[in-house]
Design a protein around this ligand. Structure first.
Ligand code: BGC
Length: 745
């Protein structure tokens, strides 16, 4: 009896303690440490040179333990805090790193944020934007910049100065689970939008951390997969966008990837982290690892040039590294170099003047929410429209909104890019909002019964069928590190089942396909609205429906944006940031369970053009409610030298009846190349607003250096002195393009 009492008392005490820890971390452990340097402590620091010297002086004053503390996120003892903040998703992952009270060094404080600031001090949420792929589809550099300013402002309001965004990994295959976080298949588009995001974030003295460096384009096996590729493919296809965010965007930081590259984990890869990034590109910032399972061999990572292990020092642990020092495996000077790179960058931000003051009243304010709606509208891509859209403005109509996702708050995956929206307008709510006061009836049908839906569709004046995915079907995926090997053999996952991950095939859910088949032909005013993050296989049904709109995960205002597009308040202007193949087998080889994979030189439109494979919907394609015509392509520089710039002009006219915005694209062709090269590559794009009947002359350009190929034997970028083709038009497809020529001398 006494024994039992003892056990009970013990259990009560353990529970009480757990409760106290829980309460402490949920209620209090969100200190808002000052992010700026206390200038009174450093009266002699005025210039950038002074800051650089200060970093050196501070390191000279550090003990070896203090130096090692600069090499990881938080002490592992903070695990409980991280775990509890993980339960409170909108406070995960809040990490304070490198704070040194003795030496007055402020911390860097991290938040995720590809679709909105992830952490929220008071758990009230932040402005929730459409996912990256939607913004990729907008092809709008200025929009991406405005969005990321809001993200940065809301991070600062929550005491954050380090943003684990943007995600600029390349979409090699549409099945990639995290496709939604990035901007598409093309390195140029990725680079331009990545730079816009990076510069905008850093304007508010939040250090941007474009990720994941590099070659992270498969999700389920991300912890183990070894990506093989040749040097040309690496340089020309998978790295140009990272180079651009470093050299043009001046990114303060990059996050390394989980996967291996040519047999070495990305975070231990000297070729990537030091030879290319620092020595060739001149990167001056600091590198953080991806979280938990990215660093395996601390010594190798130190030698490769990884500055900070996240979120804890699992390998960059005080004990382990001091042992490595004492055994001569690493030198203290190597640690000094890594800490100097981190601290110099951080101190520059800590000393910089802020352009404004940041407080909670800035969070999700009406302008930011309106921006989210604008982004959702500009990202939607109209793929097919047989005289269906825009729906009429007439009254006394019945509108059927059908589909299991029609009234679901569906803003994307539940992985690290999740952000808590103060509210979400679903497709149904948006359409209902739009019609309120217009005398129309909007009926929601959750697709529980195919026949009932069919009857409703036959009777309705308009049918909006919402299909697609949720966080269950695609997104970031967590799998045990030893899971992939067995799973590859068995074709199934090992380890705890977590939501998201790669898609094993590109079809919609069977229920969606069945519903499309049932409703096709029931109503001439039918549109299929697709919600998801990447390409799908529509071959079974796209011929049988009159209209298709890609709406993506469109953020907190997505439903309102959708109604505006469907009813012609807004003219659709998005264009596909990837190609959609006619059949899955046309894409490069992909499996979620690969332990090793070879990334070839061609993927996306470069593959389809090279092999002359007809696609279902080309890269850069999207319809509008008006018509645009292209004329008078004028190559301003028919002869350019290697350091020159190609300039072309083209006239774009709105020949229809509705105002709109057109994304004009310029590609350069390499038909005369002496080496194997893509047929053409995107090299400029611009969004033009045109009133009905209006024409504009648009100037586009590219520096000739950006036409170079990487010669792996010479280890050099080389521009070919030859005649190049230049194409300008509405998409990457031949019939949509005007063609000219220029000579590189
Ligand atoms: C993701 C990163 C993210 C980090 C922190 C990782 O699992 O791959 O993109 O920034 O978690 O949440």
């Amino acid at each position: 009896m006494i024994k039992l009492m003892k056990y009970l008392l013990g259990a009560v005490l353990v529970l009480a303690l757990a409760l106290l820890v829980f309460l402490y971390f949920t209620a209090y452990d969100y200190p808002m440490y000052p992010l700026k340097a206390d200038k009174s402590k450093f009266p002699n620091v005025h210039t950038e040179g002074d800051v650089e010297q200060l970093a050196v002086d501070l390191i000279n004053q550090m003990t070896i333990d203090e130096k090692i503390e600069q090499l990881y996120g938080e002490p592992i003892t903070k695990g409980a805090k991280l775990g509890i903040n993980l339960l409170y998703l909108n406070r995960f992952p809040h990490i304070y790193s490198g704070r040194n009270e003795r030496l007055n060094i402020p911390p860097f404080v991290l938040s995720d944020g590809p679709r909105g600031a992830r952490v929220s001090k008071d758990r009230i949420g932040t402005t929730n934007f459409p996912v990256g792929m939607s913004r990729g589809a907008s092809w709008d550099v200025d929009l991406e910049s405005r969005i990321n300013e809001v993200i940065a402002i809301e991070m600062r309001a929550n005491g954050v100065n380090y943003a684990a965004t943007p995600c600029i990994n390349l979409l090699r295959h549409p099945g990639w689970g995290r496709a939604q976080e990035t901007y598409g298949e093309d390195p140029w588009l990725l680079g331009e939008l990545g730079v816009a995001a990076t510069l905008a974030i850093q304007k508010h003295n939040v250090m941007a951390c474009p990720k994941h460096f590099a070659l992270n384009s498969i999700e389920n096996s991300r912890f183990v997969i070894d990506v093989q590729l040749d040097e040309r493919t690496l340089r020309e296809v998978y790295l140009p966008h990272f180079k651009k965010v470093v050299q043009v965007g001046n990114a303060a930081s990059l996050m390394t990837a989980y996967n291996k590259v040519q047999g070495e984990y990305a975070s231990e890869n000297h070729h990537l982290l030091t030879e290319i990034l620092r020595d060739e590109w001149g990167f001056k910032g600091f590198l953080t690892s991806d979280w938990f399972f990215a660093v395996y061999d601390g010594v190798a990572s130190i030698k490769a040039g990884l500055n900070v292990e996240m979120p804890f020092g699992q390998q960059y642990d005080n004990k382990k590294l001091k042992k490595a020092l004492s055994e001569g495996e690493i030198q203290e000077s190597e640690i000094d170099t890594l800490v100097t790179e981190t601290l110099t960058t951080r101190l520059k931000y800590a000393f910089a003047e802020d352009p404004m003051e940041y407080n909670q009243s800035l969070i999700a304010n009406p302008e930011s929410v309106a921006l989210s709606k604008e982004a959702a509208e500009k990202g939607m891509v109209l793929l097919k429209n047989d005289d269906v859209l825009p729906f009429s403005q007439s009254k006394n109509k019945t509108i059927a909104v059908i589909g299991a996702l029609a009234d679901v708050e569906n803003t994307g995956d539940h992985g690290s890019s999740n952000s808590l929206a103060p509210y979400v307008i679903t497709p149904y709510t948006g359409i209902k909002n739009y019609h309120s006061g217009r005398g129309n009836e909007v009926i929601l049908d959750n697709a529980a019964d195919l026949n009932a839906s069919k009857l409703l569709a036959e009777k309705a004046d308009e049918v909006i069928l919402v299909v697609g995915y949720t966080y269950i079907d695609e997104g970031e995926y967590l799998i045990s590190t030893d899971g992939a090997t067995e799973s590859a053999k068995q074709g199934k996952l090992v380890g705890p089942k977590v939501d998201g991950g790669d898609r094993e095939n590109l079809k919609l859910r069977a229920e969606d396909e069945a519903m499309i088949e049932a409703l096709a032909g029931t109503n001439t005013n039918l549109v299929v609205v697709y919600v998801g993050g990447s390409g799908i296989d529509m071959s079974a049904w796209d011929n049988s429906v009159p209209a298709i709109l890609f709406a993506w995960y469109s953020g907190m205002e997505g439903g309102n944006a959708l109604a505006n597009v469907l009813y012609g308040e807004v003219n659709p202007s998005g264009k596909l940031p990837f190609s959609i193949a006619k059949q899955e087998s046309d894409y490069p080889y992909f499996t979620p369970y690969a332990e090793e994979i070879t990334y070839g030189y061609y993927h996306g439109y470069t593959l389809f053009h090279k092999k002359n494979i007809e696609v279902a919907y080309p890269f850069g394609f999207g319809l509008s409610y008006t018509n645009y015509s292209y004329s008078d392509l004028n190559v301003l520089s028919t002869e350019v030298n290697e350091d020159g710039t190609l300039e072309v002009q083209v006239t774009v006219s709105n020949t229809g009846a509705m105002a709109g915005e057109e994304v004009v694209q310029m590609y350069v062709g390499f038909g005369n190349s002496a080496v194997d090269r893509p047929v053409k590559l995107l090299r400029d794009f611009v969004r033009v607003a045109l009133q009905p009947g209006e024409s504009q002359t648009v100037t586009m350009d590219v520096s000739v250096q950006d036409l170079a190929w990487y010669n792996p034997d010479a280890k050099q970028w080389q521009v070919e002195k030859m005649s190049h083709e230049v194409y300008v038009g509405a998409s990457s497809a031949k019939p949509d393009l005007l063609k000219g020529h220029f000579q590189v001398k």
